[in-house]
Design a protein around this ligand. Structure first.
Ligand SMILES: Cc1cc2nc3c(=O)[nH]c(=O)nc-3n(C[C@H](O)[C@H](O)[C@H](O)COP(=O)(O)OP(=O)(O)OC[C@H]3O[C@@H](n4cnc5c(N)ncnc54)[C@H](O)[C@@H]3O)c2cc1C
Length: 426
């Protein structure tokens, strides 16, 4: 029965929230739990592509996670998500080539669900939680969180108030502004000094054949550049819309869908800002708006062949001759050099050249570089314990709070918060 008082309220239904809900219902079945999401279905990576990485440090924020802690929880994540793990081949060859150019290839246990199938996985998880007595409210936005002596209170849609002993805030990257506002209102100190900036590369599968051996190869290059979120099979580059600009991202359908013979992946550089500039979020907004301006209201794409010759790509020649495949996300053909800060472009291009010696072909003239791909998830509160508690009745977890960088890390963060709640109730 509906009530306005709960033991635990969880804001969000992404992997961080789900990890917490499953652990709590498993350990303390009598708890009354409410989950709320402003979307009709959780909107992060669980829905989009849903690649799962089961190896530390992929998806974990290393400042909060030791290998032992991550490896203790990853089997619990796996038990719940029941992944079909992918086999990897020929890693030794790629690893040796990477070593020769000063790069590292991580060997990651991986599963891939695909955007067409992930909604069934999410539905199964939500049904299981409903079966355990969790109340789930979808398409309802939490607008406020307050804390009092005996618990916390949230407001939904600006009007309806609900109370709980404990509130877990897990709003993901898109909940950045919401989380920041709540932290400022409650006086919770936070830092936001890290941002990942980079490009998305799209090429023919034949030019990046490693994906036939390793679905999402994780290369780490010097200067904090890494490959991220590789998609192949029926793969597409997509837009993520923000208030006054758009970013690029990528996803793929499951293996059940016929291939479009393309692959895409991000190449990201991590930037740690120091005094006097402190906000990664502000930097991301500035770069997003600059790209939007230069792209005439859309992101920019440039063929590698044009980039090498130092000339902009144009709409007229974008699909000529060697430039034979069509972009899956046709944005503005232009010049990345005008929008990407020089140091970032230099380090990304150096990494791409190294990648081309590890997987020869990726720098084919037809390969497309899209910009901007930016990850704004470093909004880290000051935690008061190892369970991501920020104040007596509040926990903040997942990509929004900087405890994770992927589905499995987010889920594990949820378990860690739930373990704290279970301990506190003993
Ligand atoms: C397009 C895309 C593809 C991705 N692909 C992958 C992938 O393949 N593999 C991988 O490991 N990671 C992927 N990621 C990253 C992945 O989404 C995150 O690491 C993970 O989802 C973080 O989990 P979370 O629970 O912290 O946040 P989320 O999954 O983002 O969930 C947060 C939820 O909170 C809700 N919410 C936010 N604010 C409020 C509010 N005020 N009131 C109510 N509800 C709110 C949101 O609607 C959302 O459903 C992808 C991300 C994107 C955007």
């Amino acid at each position: 029965m509906a009530s306005d008082q709960y033991d635990v309220i969880i804001i969000g239904t992404g992997p961080a929230a789900l990890g917490a809900a499953f652990h709590l219902t498993g350990k303390l079945p009598s708890l009354s739990i409410l989950m709320i999401d402003k979307a009709a279905i959780c909107s992060g990576g669980l829905l989009n592509d849903c690649k799962q990485n089961y190896s530390y440090p992929i998806g974990f924020a290393e400042e909060y996670w030791t290998r032992e802690e991550a490896e203790r929880l990853l089997p619990l994540v796996e038990e719940r998500l029941k992944p079909t793990l992918k086999m990897q081949k020929n890693l030794e060859t790629y690893r040796r080539r990477a070593e020769r150019v000063g790069a590292v290839l991580y060997d990651v246990r991986q599963a891939h669900v695909g955007t067409d199938q992930s909604k069934f996985l999410i539905q199964r998880l939500m049904d299981e939680l409903a079966g355990r007595g969790v109340r789930i409210l979808l398409e309802r936005e939490v607008t406020d969180v307050r804390e009092g002596a005996g618990g916390a209170e949230i407001t939904i849609g600006g009007t309806e108030s609900l109370r709980a002993d404990t509130v877990i805030v897990a709003p993901g990257r898109r909940g950045f502004d919401f989380l920041r506002r709540i932290m400022e209102q409650l006086g919770i100190p936070y830092i936001d000094n890290i941002v990942d900036v980079g490009i998305r590369v799209e090429t023919r599968l034949d030019n990046y054949p490693i994906v036939r051996d390793y679905y999402d190869p994780k290369f780490y290059f010097p200067e904090r550049v890494r490959t991220f979120c590789t998609n192949s099979g029926h793969a597409r580059v997509v837009l993520e819309h923000y208030e006054d600009f758009s970013l690029v991202n990528g996803h793929a359908l499951s293996e059940k869908k016929s291939s479009n013979d393309l692959a895409n992946f991000a190449l990201l550089k991590t930037i740690g800002l120091k005094d006097p500039v402190r906000s990664g979020h502000q930097m991301a907004l500035f770069l997003g708006r600059l790209a939007h301006e230069i792209g005439g209201g859309r992101p920019i794409m440039q063929r590698v062949g044009d980039f090498r010759m130092g000339k902009r790509s144009t709409a007229e020649t974008f699909n000529d001759d060697l430039y034979s495949f069509r972009p899956t996300c046709p944005v503005t053909a232009g010049d990345l050099g005008l929008a990407v800060p020089a140091k970032i472009m230099r380090h990304i291009w150096a990494a791409l050249k190294k990648l081309d010696t590890i997987v020869p072909g990726v720098l084919h003239p037809s390969t497309i570089m899209y910009y901007p791909e930016i990850k704004m998830y470093a909004n880290k509160p000051s935690f008061i314990d190892t369970h991501f508690r920020v104040s007596p009745h509040l926990y903040m977890i997942g990509d929004g709070a900087g405890t994770s960088r992927g589905i499995t890390g987010a889920w594990a963060s949820g378990i860690r918060a739930a373990e704290g709640i279970v301990q506190a109730r003993k």
